[in-house]
Ligand binder design. Structure first.
Ligand SMILES: [Zn+2]
Ligand SMILES: [Zn+2]
Length: 429
């Protein structure tokens, strides 16, 4: 809608009388007094569980404190505070218990040969097996790109990595999430970058570079390395928690007795899980702000802020994709020669996001600030990240992708785009 058309369909705010533009597709709200800025909050479905709420609350508190430090001129640097060192120690102790079980089990097997001890040894080894640290594997259910499949994309990732002060990735996965992420997998710590096409497609080229900057920034800051140790420990604790969980409806005295014996260890494990979670939270917040800093360095401040703003329309993007999927499912059969609905899905999505007026982005930003919107429970609230970026240096982007390079990258992603589009649409047509 043009500004003139919007003015023609404006109406006065019931609270303060200011003019509010009316666009039938979006919420009518007042920018002057914020009347109706967040009408769906009350109808928002299930509130998150206790642990999740506590996490968000802590994320907000740590996020605000870090932001105050940055605003006071304290340089944002990667440093491990006492809490994150304690988290590493706790993680080593958790794995230490597993190692002890293995050593003890092996000793019982070998030294106790000819006695009943090997039975105990086997039991200990059986308990230790599910507690072992698991290093993850490359995904096998989404399109994967290796260096030879996508030389231009890998070259861009390498360039971003070099600017961030780290090395590139070994594998790129392309999936249908409105997200991007990095992780290490396998015993040797191969690097995986996952690009969610619904997000990637609605970003401009500088925003894509900024997005890569944020993700590679996590490698540069050591978040993935430190995260790996605590993450594997979390998994071991989860296995303990599962072993020791009380039987829900004990029907025999023996079961009751088992519940009584395991109750205290179960509580202890639950406590350790909470503790580990809290200890890693603050370093996680710092890591996100630092990754945003790298994002702004390589893709420019506007690019980095643009990525954060795009997250505000995540719900709208997912709704648009769900609508496409429903439309495809309703079509009983596709006539021969009719266009494949997967063709052009991403272009339609880009057009949809492009049609969201600035007035609506403004509303989403303000509603996000009120709610404490976060990308997920581990990220600082979105409005704090945005604010932190505006306090950082405003230098130009270090990496600029020209149209020829952009086209080469799009070419390399073409096959993944088609596959993921078909997957989004249910791929049954
Ligand atoms: Zn008003
Ligand atoms: Zn991040």
């Amino acid at each position: 809608m043009t500004a003139a058309a919007a003015e023609r369909t404006a109406r006065p705010c019931p609270e303060c009388g200011a003019r509010m533009p009316v666009d039938a597709r979006f919420t009518v709200w007042c920018a002057a007094c914020e009347w109706n800025v967040d009408p769906v909050r009350a109808a928002e479905g299930e509130p998150p569980g206790l642990l999740e709420r506590r996490r968000r609350e802590l994320a907000r508190r740590h996020g605000e404190r870090l932001l105050r430090e940055v605003a006071d001129g304290v340089p944002l640097k990667a440093r491990r505070d006492v809490a994150s060192v304690l988290a590493q120690v706790l993680a080593v102790l958790v794995h230490g218990v597993t190692v002890t079980l293995v050593v003890l089990g092996a000793w019982c097997l070998v030294a106790g040969w000819g006695t009943p001890l090997p039975v105990l040894g086997l039991l200990l080894l059986c308990v230790a097996w599910p507690l072992r640290p698991r290093f993850g594997e490359a995904p096998d259910d989404v399109p994967l790109l290796r260096r030879d499949d996508a030389p231009a994309l890998f070259a861009l990732v390498d360039e971003v990595a070099e600017a961030a002060g780290t090395r590139g990735v070994d594998l790129i996965a392309v999936d249908d999430e409105f997200n991007a992420s990095v992780c290490a997998y396998g015993l040797r710590g191969h690097r995986l970058l996952t690009i969610g096409l619904p997000l990637w497609e609605v970003l401009t080229p500088p925003q894509r570079t900024a997005l890569l900057g944020h993700e590679l920034g996590h490698f540069a800051n050591g978040d993935t390395r430190h995260g790996r140790l605590t993450w594997t420990a979390e998994q071991s604790l989860e296995a303990w928690w599962y072993f020791l969980a009380p039987t829900p409806r004990p029907d025999a005295w023996t079961v009751v007795a088992v519940n009584v014996i395991t109750f205290l260890p179960w509580l202890l494990v639950q406590g350790l899980r909470l503790l580990l979670d809290q200890l890693t939270l603050r370093a996680g917040q710092r890591g996100e702000y630092l990754a945003d800093r790298v994002s702004a360095e390589v893709g420019g401040r506007e690019g980095a802020i643009g990525v954060i703003d795009r997250h505000l329309v995540a719900d709208s993007v997912l709704t648009a994709l769900a609508r496409e999927r429903n439309r495809t499912a309703l079509r009983t059969s596709r006539a021969a020669g009719a266009p494949d609905p997967a063709d052009g899905l991403w272009d339609r999505l880009v057009a949809h996001v492009g049609s969201v007026p600035e007035h609506e982005f403004d509303r989403l930003r303000r509603a996000g600030t009120r709610r404490g919107h976060t990308v997920d429970a581990t990220h600082p609230p979105t409005h704090l990240r945005r604010h932190c970026l505006t306090l950082g240096p405003a230098g130009p982007a270090r990496i600029v992708v020209d149209t020829a390079r952009e086209a080469r990258i799009a070419d390399e992603l073409a096959d993944a785009r088609r596959k993921v589009a078909r997957r989004v649409l249910g791929a049954r047509y």
